[in-house]
Design a protein around this ligand. Sequence first.
Ligand SMILES: Cc1cc2nc3c(=O)[nH]c(=O)nc-3n(C[C@H](O)[C@H](O)[C@H](O)COP(=O)(O)O)c2cc1C
Length: 334
Amino acid sequence: MKTAITELFGIQHPIIQGGMHFVGFAELASAVSNAGGLGIITGLTQKTPELLAKEIARCRDMTDKPFGVNLTFLPTFAKPPYPEYIAAIKEGGVKAVETAGRSPEEYMPALKAAGIKVIHKCTSVRHSLKAEKIGCDAVSVDGFECGGHPGEDDVPNMILLPRAADELKIPFVASGGMADARSLVAALAMGASGMNMGTRFMATKEAPIHDNVKQALVKATELDTRLIMRALRNTERVLRNDAVDRLVEIEKAKGKDLKIDDIMDQVAGVYPKVMIDGDMDAGAWSCGMMVGLINDIPTVKELIDRIMRDAERIIRGRLTGFLDGNIAVDARVA
Ligand SMILES: Cc1cc2nc3c(=O)[nH]c(=O)nc-3n(C[C@H](O)[C@H](O)[C@H](O)COP(=O)(O)O)c2cc1C
């Protein structure tokens, strides 16, 4: 399949693996790229630009295909040394960067001068248009369903994607709630040129995270995520667990007066405890609603091959079948 996104990033399939804290290491990024998608290393999981340079080199040893780096612009007190991270990306020969969190405007000149393609993750049409205006090459349109930070507008992809298609000139991928071939075909139908998946890629053999996390993803349903930190205007969709239940109780009690300090125990330093140690109640960690569609733990290649094979079947069989008046296709799932 060829789309504006496969051409932009020089990849075989229009599937991107979004940056994920303590998940997006070289093992996963290279597996996605080797399977024909665009794998992404999570920049800030590497504590220093030097460590990111090493992770890029490790990924380069594992794949000769294009891969990218995620740069998340966080509302942190101590600002990470972004120019040095960008230098590590440039020197590592990486040609794709996924930005998120805030507008990458300040860093666009450096990224563009290095010949890097920038895909900015946005949760609204207005932010997508801003990204287009400042020279981003593409947008990842992240709907309300997504794992991580869905923003504060609560617009699901069924609305957000066609709205983005109506307004944007640059290509975009659908992000949030994307799970399988049905998601990909639907996203393409709504104007996207591909899809970005986060949560789904965690439940793969190559994801370098504790097996407890993968088993929890298989077990969970679409009813098991919670939104936290709304009162702080830093909403995050996470998988429900004991710590999240406690956090939600604190939020209810504090209401509008909630301060980040009130929930520090449930949100600080959680990722290594969950992803490395497998301590499932350590605190809140991002997870999308599409978790209800995860039923297995395939290899990344099995997952991507299955998506592309089923997408062709849906388009050529089910959809064309309807046009041809073949009602029998309605009984087929994919
Ligand atoms: C465990 C986890 C950690 C994430 N960490 C980051 C991050 O550090 N930076 C970022 O831009 N997005 C992060 N995301 C968001 C993903 O890149 C992606 O946009 C999102 O997962 C898409 O929604 P989905 O989970 O429904 O596929 C994270 C998502 C998950 C599930």
